[in-house]
Write a new protein. Structure first.
Length: 259
């Protein structure tokens, strides 16, 4: 029996694969080819992924870092200042201005304050007496024109020294002649209100020159100039307002007498 079984087993082992190869050989070859192609593509993709993962610029950490960087480099949203912050800043600026004013030389401070007395005296005396005096108003206009000419001439004295930050060029010297010309124009008006308005404009122009446009003076002098200009402008406007009130009262009284 054993001798009979051996040829049968040998026949099955050697002849069956050839039959299977004849039946499904082409399919197996096609499948193997596709499998080889797929495996080669898979290997290529795996190799590319490995290269990408090894690349320092395209690893996951760098990608997330790039996203975060793009997020942080977006347009900034400026935080609005709270009222407390603005008040603190304003108070700090005011304190610095007051400190600069106190640090100014005493002669310059006292002479500047004394020079403001005629401006304040004219409208204050009219308000106390309740009467408008055209002579005092014209005296105030004249004194304002002299003061404005003095402020314009200071630019010449500031620009002439060799070590001065302001050069004696056309800009400094020509602009210093503008306030005296406007002061002279203010004296030519017959109406003191027009003269006061001209002086107010000229004082604003001179302050703009000294504070922001031309090479600046020391900080203490800039603070002194701002404070003095504010007082002069308010006094001139107060005199013009008193004149308007006096003329209105005079016209009302005339209308009453006529009626």
């Amino acid at each position: 029996d054993k001798t009979n079984m051996f040829p049968l087993v040998q026949r099955c082992c050697f002849h069956t694969p050839f039959k299977l190869q004849k039946l499904i050989g082409p399919r197996l070859l096609l499948y193997g080819k596709n499998k080889t192609t797929c495996s080669s593509l898979g290997l290529r993709l795996q190799r590319d992924v490995c290269l990408l993962s090894r690349s320092p610029s395209l690893n996951p950490a760098s990608v997330y870092a790039t996203k975060l960087q793009a997020f942080h480099t977006s347009l900034p949203f400026f935080k609005k200042k709270t009222p407390k912050e603005s008040e603190t800043k304003d108070s700090g600026t005011l304190q610095q201005s007051m400190k600069s004013l106190k640090d100014s030389p005493k002669p310059a401070l006292y002479l500047s304050l004394a020079g403001l007395i005629p401006f304040v005296f004219v409208p204050l005396s009219m308000a106390v007496q309740g009467t408008y005096y055209p002579e005092l108003a014209f005296a105030q206009i004249t004194y304002g024109a002299v003061t404005l000419s003095f402020l314009g001439g200071m630019r010449w004295g500031f620009a002439l020294p060799e070590n001065s930050p302001a050069k004696p060029d056309w800009l400094n010297l020509a602009n210093s002649t503008v306030p005296p010309v406007l002061a002279w124009q203010a004296l030519l008006f017959k109406d003191t209100t027009h003269g006061a308005i001209m002086l107010v404009m000229a004082l604003g122009i001179a302050l703009h020159y000294d504070v922001s446009l031309l090479p600046t003076y020391p900080r203490w002098f800039k603070v002194l100039r701002v404070a003095g200009t504010v007082v002069m402008v308010l006094s001139l406007l107060a005199t013009a307002a008193l004149k308007a009130v006096s003329e209105e009262q005079l016209s009302d009284s005339r209308n009453k007498w006529q009626n």
